[in-house]
Design a protein around this ligand. Sequence first.
Ligand code: ADP
Ligand code: MG
Length: 706
Amino acid sequence: MSEAVLNIEEIFNENVFTMGKMKERLPKKVYAEVKNVIEHGGELSMTTADVVAKAMKDWAVEHGATHYTHWFQPLTGITAEKHDAFVTNPDAEGHMLMEFSGKELIKGEPDASSFPSGGLRATFEARGYTAWDCTSPAFIKEDAAGAILCIPTAFCSYKGEALDKKTPLLRSVEALSQQALRIVRLFGNTEATKVDVSVGPEQEYFLVDRDLYLQRKDLIYTGRTLFGAPAPKGQEMDDHYFGAIQERIGSFMKDLNVELWKLGISAKTQHNEVAPAQHELAPIYNSANIAVDHNQLVMETMKKVAQRHGLACLLHEKPFAGVNGSGKHNNWSICTDNGVNLLDPGETPNQNIQFLLVLACIIKGIDIHADLLRQSASNVGNDHRLGANEAPPAIISMFLGEQLEDVVKQLIETGEATSYKKGERLYTGVSTLPDLQKDATDRNRTSPFAFTGNKFEFRMVGSSDSIASPNTTLNAIVAESFCEAADILEKADNFDMAVHDMIKEYLTDHQRIIFNGNGYSEEWVREAERRGLPNIRSMVDSVETLVTDKAVKLFEKFHIFTRVELESRAEVLYETYAKTINIEAMTMIDMAGKQMIPAVVTYTTELADSMNTVTMACPEADTSAQKELLLESSALLAQSQKALGQLKKVTAEAASMEEGKDQAEFYRDKVMTAMSALREPLDKLEMIVDKEIWPLPSYGDLTFEV
Ligand code: ADP
Ligand code: MG
């Protein structure tokens, strides 16, 4: 029997309480009120909320839902949920009516005292609050727990301080919208009422066999391999990138797509990535807030579907040493609600000048706040990628494409741009401003922040990270630049001259951030230093960028973070770093002490026994091979045992320190170094010891036998 044809149009959004469903199910007046709040902000009346809640519950129950949850994004970087059944007390006759009130929809009080808050939530007010974010639609999650109605929410403290990743993101979108509106108004756009941020994240991931995964404690506890010699084959043949997709992976992707489409996630592109066992999925871009929620669901669904296929999905930034790690390309643009993409060079002269101003503002903002943007993409796993010869370097620079860069250069040098690089032109009609070519054609894959036609692509983000922080930071930076530009231009007597001068000034002052060369080269590191660009090498080093006066001023000005919120986040980051490395160290201690060193002891004993047996049977036999192996493995064994002792010592020392920057630095400098020292001899031993005895599946087993 052939499988039924998949009707994507039918299943798309099946599990989402869309605007369309609200329109169908809500009285006209109620629907209008909800729509107005979603589009223009404000609060729903309790009566309206009750009506919406009932409609939402009825729809969810029709789809088999038994529970609901406020779904939120605490600072752990993942999502949180606590299920409540729609069940109520039965009446005198024992009948029970499923109920869900407007109050329950709008506000929740999860007993959430265990989420990281960086001291924001003293225990006496331990209850955080969740508040319905009606701009991201409710959805039903189906899994072994049944069907759960999930209501996207923001998570705040009793005093209203943000305890999550969504609240600042929403604040940043609003700030950027307000400032961008001022810019488009200057160019005569009176129709736009708001500006939205579009985000399309490309998600990289690895798939390995689940049975093999379960044999590795490092993968289970830390998401990455802490030991492992390279496989005989890696990615050197470039035969995996865009290669034909294997059957087992294909069937995973097919299932994944269906799950995502049901959730209204427009999964669009799928392909094999550079490293063996590595893949990528990209959805069509969406409004920033929804894109962030969707990306969380993509990651979660990947893990769930993988399990069903006997696979394990690894989202860690660097699951395997020596082959490429995973990231997320965060595609970002800003668009008015009357359809003008501010990053699109556009069709008319007016739009082109506006585009150049927007570009100049972004260049200025990124240059001023390169440190913050770098911080927004840092997490523990990403330390293994950024600057490690594969992903973008840890230095922020911008790639504009050959043609735009040429325009910028001419504007800086002469104040005019009159000659153009090849290609179809768009006419500005102003003699001192350039006509632009429509497409930025060439790509620079080594650039961390690249202009790609009508959007910027921020390529530093880690694969396991939430994309909320990078977008919050980006929005804030650009809001500030727009604000400063509008402050001047709104008062200008001669607008055309003022815009022209401003573009030239911004480009001149901030050109050092533009770089078109090889971002992976040593030469660039030196050049960037000459230019005075920050090179922040690790997550721990990036934390204090959050609490500089410059950062506090930026985030407070646009009501995105208060100083207290920033300080609390810094604290959470140090803690997260220390805890993560501690888990990695403890896992290594466990694996080395209980699995690997005992295996080497078994192996050396077997070798010694073999030498004795052979010599006894035949005294003239040459046992030099056994002897050589025994000498080599015994020496490495001794080195491992010593390194294990050292790792135990420094980890205990680290764990006893007070939480904060010093502790995080100690983990990075002392514990990580001790971890490498333990890994080195054990990886060598993996290449010597009998595979039958070695207790772990190898890199080859994991990445080539999927
Ligand atoms: P690639 O960068 O690999 O060439 P695409 O250009 O097709 O791929 O886009 C990658 C991602 O960027 C997709 O998620 C896509 O939807 C998103 N994207 C495309 N245009 C925009 C835009 N204007 N704003 C934000 N994201 C966009
Ligand atoms: Mg891309």
